[in-house]
Design a protein around this ligand. Structure first.
Ligand code: EPU
Length: 419
């Protein structure tokens, strides 16, 4: 079993490069299968979720080859219709994008229900609502979501909840639909814009991505093309928080600073200094950090995927009380019990966590309960005295490329061991 072992309280300083956005990549890779051609996708993060997805694509008959560590060539000319089984869906939940892709390309889809996960139920009713509105008949049989349509016809779809997955999935299904599909109350996350830009580069006609009304005018054909994925907003945010928790001075490079606005504002409220360049943010933090309250929201609000890392940071604001309200997921505080092992003083009631900042956190053995929970344990470990040993590293590897080497280059005492 692999562990990440950290000796905390080193001040981080220097520069760190951010990789491509995982959540854009897991949408763009299935989107590439809409084309009966070759797509070249660059700036892919080298993380486990991507390998799981490539494995699924290969089973469907696509040929995937890495041109280099971050550049994937996908040839989907040999793609055949095949169900995506529970085994593969359990490995990566974003495999629900295969539903939209299959429906768009084959007018039928069969993908196992994603089920629940460590931070709440993960319904796909809004995805299904969108597919049905486009004219598909959707059934759930023996744990498989099956969709079939004679033809898909554009229409107005009003989303009852703001959902990243449903917005992208409906876009994928609507690309070849007849006429115009209008998605209202759409999610606005940067990876939605990135997926739309990718599809437009292949010949799709999608307008309004990044606003809450997206218009997809159906086309008859897409062609292959090359595309470079945007930087990862959540990876960038995690290193910004790491800089703050160690009272460090870190330049987080190769990012889109605008995507970081909600976090930058919070860190400034905590007394961090934020300097923005065209493609970097420098975070400088002293010992005068103060607690703040925050509420997670869909973009451009504060991202739920940085909420656990912020809990760890706020736990170090000695003498201050902070309140975090989680509005996106119904159960995203499961990691709190692990943070408590490091001395964090957090009380959770429903969707609200009250954090009492401590003078010092102390290293311990802990377990990552999901990807961002794992990142929060690293953040807390960086601030702790003594040694922190994190198990379930596989979760962290799903979304962070080379995390221990990046942190080591900034001055952290961190290593990966196998026991
Ligand atoms: N929801 C519904 N019905 C639906 C879909 C969603 O009620 O049909 C609810 C969910 O239960 C949740 C909320 O809507 O309460 C938002 O869910 P959304 O669909 O936006 O989430 P997602 O697409 O499944 C993506 C990211 C998550 C991130 C959320 C929210 C990917 C692959 N995953 O999930 O990222 O937390 O958006 O921003 O893009 C992560 O990277 O660690 C991660 C979990």
């Amino acid at each position: 079993m692999e562990y990440i072992v950290l000796k905390g309280q080193n001040r981080l300083a220097g520069e760190v490069n951010i990789n491509g956005a995982k959540n854009a990549a897991v949408a763009i890779i299935p989107a590439a299968l809409l084309v009966n051609d070759i797509c070249v996708i660059d700036n892919l993060p080298n993380v486990e979720d991507i390998y799981c997805l490539i494995d699924m694509l290969t089973r469907l008959g696509a040929k995937c080859e890495f041109r280099d560590r971050h550049c994937l060539v996908i040839d989907s000319r040999g793609l055949t219709f095949q169900p995506a089984t529970y085994e593969s869906v359990m490995k990566i939940r974003a495999s629900y994008y295969l539903l939209g892709m299959m429906l768009g390309r084959f007018k039928k889809a069969e993908v196992a229900l994603p089920g629940g996960c460590n931070f709440g139920t993960r319904p796909i009713d809004q995805h299904i609502k969108g597919f049905e509105a486009l004219g598909a008949k959707v059934t759930i049989e023996h744990g498989m979501v099956k969709a079939v349509a004679d033809e898909l016809v554009g229409t107005n779809i009003y989303m009852d909840v703001v959902s990243v997955g449903a917005t992208i999935n409906i876009m994928l299904a609507a690309v070849y639909a007849k006429g115009v599909t209008v998605i209202e109350n759409a999610a606005k996350e940067p990876h939605i814009v990135d997926t739309a830009n990718f599809l437009n580069k292949l010949g799709a006609k999608i307008k309004g991505a990044g606003t809450d009304v997206i218009k997809v005018t159906g086309v008859e054909k897409l062609s292959g093309g090359e595309y470079t994925i945007i930087p990862d907003q959540i990876e960038a945010g995690t290193y910004m928080i790491a800089a703050a928790v160690t009272h460090g001075d870190v330049i987080v490079k190769n990012i889109i600073p605008k995507h970081m606005d909600s976090l930058s504002a919070k860190l400034q409220e905590m007394n961090c200094q934020i300097e923005e360049g065209d493609d970097y943010i420098r975070v400088t933090a002293g010992h005068n950090l103060v607690g703040v309250n925050l509420k997670t929201m869909s973009y451009p609000g504060f991202p739920t995927d940085l909420q656990p890392q912020m809990s760890a940071l706020l736990s170090t604001c000695n003498g201050d009380t902070s309140v975090i309200t989680e509005t996106v997921w119904d159960n995203r505080f499961q990691y709190v019990n692990e943070l408590k092992r490091l001395g964090c003083n957090i009380t959770v009631e429903g969707r609200v966590a009250v954090i009492e900042g401590a003078s010092c956190l102390t290293g311990a053995e802990v377990k990552a309960t999901d990807l961002r929970a794992g990142a929060a344990l690293i953040i807390a470990g960086l601030a702790s005295s003594g040694e922190t040993k994190i198990s379930n590293v596989k979760y962290i590897d799903r979304g962070y490329e080379d995390v221990e080497n990046k942190l080591k280059s900034l001055g952290a005492n961190i290593r990966r061991i196998e026991e």
